[in-house]
Design a protein around this ligand. Structure first.
Ligand SMILES: O=P(O)(O)OC[C@H]1O[C@H](OP(=O)(O)OP(=O)(O)O)[C@H](O)[C@@H]1O
Ligand code: HPA
Ligand SMILES: [Mg+2]
Length: 189
């Protein structure tokens, strides 16, 4: 689905499909170089990171293992509940493994902070982060990001995996909805 298909719901586009593709290509080249000859495990945080995981993994030039963990804290609104819910855990042990977490967005930073600490406590050899988008101005906790994505302003975005109330994940770029679409009227809406 493209912006043009849902124009009446969209306020503005923030990151275009070509911009996403360019970033993914650049990060994939760097990751392929950094982990050449190593056994890399990519861990995507579902559901939001599904598109980013697919795009990044296909652009790599090294073989990797793909694993998924489903975490949730936003539910139906535009504000984090502050509580991370594990909807699905990893299927494998991470002990002694080099891990790259693949995320769609860093907002408060709480999801990533929790996951980095969790994987380290499970005995990972290394834990690094790639996040497609970063709302730097909204961070509440500190997270080190080895492969940074696009810094975006304090607006609630949808597309390329990101949802508002489970919708718009299948948009192929990143956009902000019209204010009336955000029914919880949170501070970002
Ligand atoms: O930095 P934070 O404030 O923690 O926000 C970032 C997280 O929030 C979203 O997940 P969400 O809880 O909406 O689950 P979803 O991926 O299934 O939509 C997003 O996909 C990130 O995982
Ligand atoms: O801006 C956002 N959009 C969708 N999901 C999110 N989770 C944290 N921030 C966002
Ligand atoms: Mg969500």
């Amino acid at each position: 689905m493209r912006i043009a298909d849902i124009q009446s719901h969209i306020d503005h586009e923030l990151v275009s499909k070509p911009q996403i593709e360019e970033l993914i290509r650049r990060v994939a080249a760097q990751v392929s170089q950094d982990y050449a000859g190593k056994d890399l495990l990519l861990v995507a945080v579902l559901k939001g990171a599904v598109n980013t995981m697919t795009a990044l993994s296909q652009a790599l030039t090294i073989p990797v293992q793909l694993e998924f963990m489903s975490l949730s804290s936003y539910g139906a609104g535009t504000q984090s509940s502050g509580t991370i819910t594990v909807r699905k855990d990893l299927d494998c042990s991470v002990r002694g493994r080099h891990i790259l977490i693949v995320e769609d967005i860093i907002d408060s930073g709480r999801t990533l902070r929790w996951l980095v600490d969790e994987l380290n406590s499970r005995g990972a050899a290394s834990v690094e982060v790639f996040a497609l988008l970063d709302k730097v101005s909204r961070h509440e906790v500190q997270v080190d990001v080895k492969y940074p994505g696009y810094v975006i302003p304090d607006e609630f975005v949808v597309g390329f995996g990101l949802d508002y109330d489970e919708r718009y994940r299948n948009l192929d770029s990143i956009a902000v909805l019209k204010p009336q679409e955000y029914q919880d009227q949170g501070e970002q809406s």
